[in-house]
Design a binder for this molecule. Structure first.
Ligand code: HEM
Length: 149
């Protein structure tokens, strides 16, 4: 996956701070709010069937995304496992015509979310390590979708 141990440490350290500030389900909702601010057209295009943030369906989905991210980060010491998990997410999303370009876009939201949430605690080292991880996610999704995109 091209991540050094120092990247894994930086990512896990920053994620710990994120998790200390609120439950993942709260981060899920906040993340979606930021996503709809940054990419407003996605609300209607991909997520209208989930309702608004008061609906259980929406909240459960927002929580699921965060839990998936959480499991990738917690398991970075077993990269093969994470690669397989990312491939699976890539496949289920490709079935919905959500391909690597959309992952590139959501990754920008992830970085912005961390930047906003962590402020000064989000060091340049952490940011670079996150970008490495998220770029790798895009590569895995793209390779997994070979022939489709
Ligand atoms: C870090 C990237 C992402 C993660 C970790 C993630 C995670 C998940 C998970 C765990 C599910 C539920 C299981 C499944 O159907 O696969 C899901 C569903 C879904 N995701 Fe993602 N996703 C990501 C990126 C995206 C992007 C970029 C989009 C749209 C542009 C998207 C749209 C959806 C939609 C529409 C569903 C189905 C929701 C439903 O009907 O319940 N996801 N995602």
């Amino acid at each position: 996956m091209g991540l050094e141990q120092s990247d894994v440490d930086a990512i896990q350290r920053s994620w710990e701070i994120v998790k200390e500030t609120a439950k993942l389900r709260v981060h899920g909702i906040n993340f979606f709010e930021l996503m709809f601010e940054m990419i407003p057209e996605w609300r209607e295009k991909y997520f209208s069937h989930l309702g608004n943030k008061t609906s259980a369906k929406f909240r459960s989905h927002a929580t699921m995304i965060m839990m998936t991210l959480d499991s990738w980060i917690e398991n970075l010491d077993d990269l093969d496992l994470v690669v397989d998990a990312v491939l699976r997410v890539g496949q289920t999303h490709a079935d919905r015509d959500i391909l690597s370009p959309q992952f590139v876009e959501i990754n920008k939201v992830v970085i912005a979310y961390l930047q906003t949430g962590l402020g000064d605690k989000f060091t340049e080292e952490m940011k670079e390590s996150w970008i490495k991880l998220l770029d790798t996610v895009v590569t895995i999704v793209k390779d997994g979708n070979a022939g489709l995109e």
